[in-house]
Design a binder for this molecule. Sequence first.
Ligand code: GLP
Length: 244
Amino acid sequence: MQIVVADSETDFYEKAALRIAQEIRKNPAAKIGLSTGRTTKGVHAALAGMYQESPFDCSGVTVFGIDEITNMSRDCRASCYYILLHEVVEPLGIPLENFRMPDPMAKDLEEQCRLFEESVMSDGGPDLIFLGLGENGHLGFNQPGTPFGQRTWLSYMDDSLDERLRRENRIPQDVKMGGLTLGIKNLMQSKKLVMAANGRNKAQIAEKMVSGPVTQQVPASILQLHPSCEVILDPQAAEMLAAE
Ligand code: GLP
């Protein structure tokens, strides 16, 4: 695990975005997994800025989101499809047929898990997966307690995220959201992983992720065992690391 601490918030977003840009420049046919959330919003904006300033060929790149909220239309601003379409796919001119996501409204969601896994893990699997860190240590929607051997599945959302999504997107209580997510086993099969975390609210869990015991209670701690994982932190998220 390689740990990089950025000098500032801006430096954090640029360093993180550069990892994705470098991967595409190096391999124009790269298959890249992306995450959604507050952290990656800034990363994706920095990536789009880099692309605008000095465009690179994205016509052969395949991207997918590592997770999706079930029972939510793709037109909803909170859906991972909507977010990635507007933050990455359109700004970088990635062909729509190269954008792989499960259908969150499908009748048979178990089947969606199988099809989605097949689509992203085939042909050698992902070259790079870019991860964010849940405040409780989750990876994708793999919540604490998820077995490390778990493959693509239907998980639940932690209460705080469920509450925040409802508040920010005015989602009524009768819509039952769930998390269709690549499993920890799938994430660990990516050739390369980049994990980015920022803000003081991530300091404690970031410390557990990089220095704590590898335990299913902290899903992100498994990253310590990946042969090529880079962790990028801003100064605030790294605060508890510096004390060591
Ligand atoms: C969400 C997503 C994760 C994301 C994480 C961090 O639950 N399912 O894929 O990485 O939470 O989000 P944020 O950056 O908003 O803290």
